[in-house]
Design a protein around this ligand. Structure first.
Ligand SMILES: [Zn+2]
Length: 216
């Protein structure tokens, strides 16, 4: 029980840290800044930054100006905490989850992401496979990504490496399911939303999450 609690705290804290980084990753001095409210810029204290707890007690609002910052933060911290409990002992899966969370927040915020961060994950997926790697699927994803990005310009350049990562970690069947979930949920959000361009990494991440839970 104590170990589960520690795993949960570790997952929630790391989720909080990577989302904090994703929120300010386009600022060159992000590593040197104190956390502050995005609306009133009031510096945040440790009481505002307790993973899950602060978000719930403050109802996802700034304590100083009451501006909402979104339930996605406490929910993602809670979800990652649980993910660290159920996927304990799977460091590559946990590292992928944290990276995809950070890239999703970045992509949602700026429609771009530091996608080169997935290159080490792709390399590790080939060295320590999570499932039996389908090399034809990997080659297909590589070719598909290049075609969509360079020839058709319908995918952001950041989505290509994510597709290759998915192909390296999933079987052909679960990869198909992940892509189906990603495309259909993105289409629904596009139809319901106001944005002309929608970030695709959050939807690919959702597809990966569902697929990885299914193969456990
Ligand atoms: Zn504020």
């Amino acid at each position: 029980m104590g170990l589960f609690f520690l795993q949960f705290i570790l997952g929630a804290s790391l989720a909080s840290a990577v989302m904090c980084w994703a929120d300010r990753s386009d600022n060159p001095s992000w590593w040197n800044q104190r956390s502050a409210c995005a609306s009133c810029e009031h510096p945040l204290t440790y009481l505002d930054l307790i993973p899950v707890v602060s978000g719930c007690l403050l109802r996802a609002r700034c304590r100083y100006c009451q501006a909402p910052y979104g339930w996605v933060y406490p929910l993602a911290e809670f979800g990652m905490g649980w993910f660290f409990v159920i996927e304990a002992g799977q460091p590559l899966v946990l590292a992928t989850a944290l990276t995809l969370l950070a890239l999703s927040i970045e992509d949602y915020r700026t429609l771009s992401a530091h996608v080169l961060l997935v290159i080490p994950l792709i390399a590790c997926s080939f060295i320590w496979p999570i499932t039996v790697i389908s090399w034809p699927l990997v080659a297909f994803n590589l070719a598909l990504s290049m075609w969509l990005i360079i020839a058709k310009k319908t995918l952001g350049s950041g989505d290509g490496p994510i597709l290759v990562l998915l192909a390296g970690q999933l079987s052909p069947l679960t990869w198909s399911l992940a892509l189906l979930i990603a495309c259909s949920s993105a289409l629904i959000c596009y139809a319901l939303g106001q944005r002309r361009h929608i970030p695709f990494i959050p939807f690919l991440s959702l597809g990966w999450l569902v697929a990885i839970c299914l193969i456990r």
